[in-house]
Design a protein around this ligand. Structure first.
Ligand code: F6P
Length: 346
C-alpha cells in the first residue's frame, strides 16, 4: 500500500505534526509507503512529490508551516485538471490520499472522492470554521497568539488612555475574535455572525469611560459586518485584490474603518493593530500538537478501514470521522458563547 499526503490552502501551525503522525502510523503499524505531494493540489497536477520516511519527518513536530509546501490551486477551476489528478495518482501508484486542509481543500477532496479517488480529509485552519468537528488544529495556536497580543496592547492602551482596535483573522466567522477576546478581556468584540452598528459600539465605549476607565480594547474579526443604523443592509470591508481560485475575496482593513469611526464619534484617541499572518506562523501550542497527532493517526486508520470520502474530527474529546459533506457546512460562532462575551462589554 502506498498513500499520499498533501497540505492545501493557508498554512497553519500543526501541519507538520499531522504529516509526522501519518508517516509514523503508516510505516510502523502497517508497513506502508508514504509519498508527500508538494504544494497542495498543484503538486498532484504537476506530479511534484517527495518520499516521506521516518527520517524525513523526524524533528518536525514543533515546526510551523508545512514541509510539503501549500497552495490555493483549485483543480475544479481548470478543465480536465481533476481527471489529470486521478491519472497522476495512478501513475504514482498512490492507493489513497490524506488531504490536510480547510473548506477549500476538503471541498476538492470531496469532489475527487465522488469521482472515485480514495480520499480522507484532515481538518486544518486557524479559522475553526469547518463543520462536523469541535475544533480544527491551528485554531488554538492562533487564539493564543492573539490573546498574548491583546494582553500587550492592554498595557499600551492604558498608559496612553486610548481605544485600541485589534483586527484578527477568521474569514467569515468570529471564532478567533470571540475566543481571544474573552481570553484577553476585550471590552467589545465584533464578529461576522452579529452584524453591528458603529454607534452602538461607541455607546459601549462611552459607558465604560463614564465608569472611570480611560482606555478600551475592541477586537474585530476581519469578516465582521457593518449594519447601517435602523437598516438591514450589511457590508464587509475587502482589500483591493482579485479573488483567489476558490472565489474568496481578500479580507482585511475593517480595523481601520472601525478605529476611524470610534475616534470621530467619541473623541477618544484611537489606534489600530492588525495582527495578520503572525496568527498563522510559528510553533503550534501543545493542544494543537496533540490534536494534529491524533488526527494524523486516525486518518491512516480510516484509510486502512477503507472509509473514504470522510474527514477525521474532534467530538468532545474523542477523535471520530464525519462525511466530507458534513465538514463543508460552515460552523458559526454559537450564540451562547457570544452572549457570554457580551457580559463583559462596555
Ligand atoms: O483561512 C485562513 C486565513 O488566514 C483567513 O483567516 C484569512 O482570511 C485568509 O486565510 C488569508 O488568505 P491568504 O493566505 O490567501 O492571504
Amino acid at each position: 500500500m502506498r498513500i499520499g499526503v498533501l497540505t492545501g490552502g493557508g498554512d497553519c501551525p500543526g501541519l507538520n505534526a499531522v504529516i509526522r503522525a501519518v508517516v509514523r502510523k503508516a510505516k510502523m503499524e502497517y508497513g506502508w509507503e508514504v509519498v508527500g505531494i508538494k504544494n497542495g493540489w498543484a503538486g498532484y497536477l504537476h506530479m511534484e512529490v517527495m518520499p516521506l520516511d521516518l527520517k524525513s519527518v523526524s524533528g518536525i513536530l514543533p515546526k510551523g508551516g508545512t514541509i510539503l509546501g501549500t497552495s490555493r490551486t483549485n483543480p475544479f477551476k481548470t478543465e480536465g485538471a481533476q481527471e489529470k489528478i486521478i491519472a497522476n495518482a495512478g501513475t504514482l501508484g498512490i492507493d489513497a490520499t490524506v488531504a490536510i486542509g480547510g473548506e477549500d481543500t476538503i471541498g476538492v477532496a470531496y469532489g475527487l472522492s465522488k469521482m472515485g479517488l480514495p480520499m480522507v480529509g484532515c481538518p486544518k485552519t486557524i479559522d475553526n470554521d469547518l463543520g462536523g468537528t469541535d475544533y480544527t488544529f491551528g485554531f488554538d495556536t492562533a487564539v493564543n497568539i492573539a490573546t498574548e497580543a491583546i494582553d500587550r496592547l492592554h498595557t499600551t492602551a492604558e498608559s496612553h488612555h486610548r481605544v485600541m482596535v485589534v483586527e484578527v483573522m477568521g474569514r467569515h466567522t468570529g471564532w478567533i475574535a470571540v475566543y481571544a477576546g474573552i481570553a484577553g478581556g476585550a471590552d467589545v468584540i465584533l464578529v461576522p455572525e452579529k452584524p453591528f452598528e458603529i454607534e452602538k459600539v461607541c455607546d459601549l465605549i462611552r459607558k465604560r469611560h463614564a465608569r472611570g476607565k480611560s482606555f478600551s480594547i475592541v477586537v474585530v474579526a476581519e469578516g465582521a459586518e457593518f449594519k447601517a443604523s435602523g437598516d438591514d443592509e450589511i457590508s464587509i470591508v475587502v482589500q483591493d485584490a482579485p479573488p483567489d481560485e476558490f472565489g474568496h475575496v481578500r479580507l482585511g482593513g475593517i480595523g481601520s474603518v472601525v478605529g476611524r469611526e470610534i475616534e470621530k464619534r467619541t473623541g477618544y484617541e484611537t489606534r489600530v493593530s492588525v495582527l495578520g499572518y503572525v496568527q498563522r506562523g510559528g510553533t503550534p501550542t501543545a493542544f494543537d500538537r496533540v490534536l494534529a497527532t491524533r488526527f494524523g493517526a486516525k486518518a491512516v486508520e480510516l484509510v486502512e478501514a477503507g472509509e473514504f470520502g470522510r474527514m477525521v474530527a474532534l467530538s468532545g474529546n474523542k477523535i471520530v470521522s464525519v462525511s466530507m459533506e458534513e465538514a463543508l457546512k460552515m460552523k458559526e460562532v454559537d450564540n451562547d458563547l457570544y452572549r457570554l462575551a457580551e457580559l463583559f462589554f462596555g
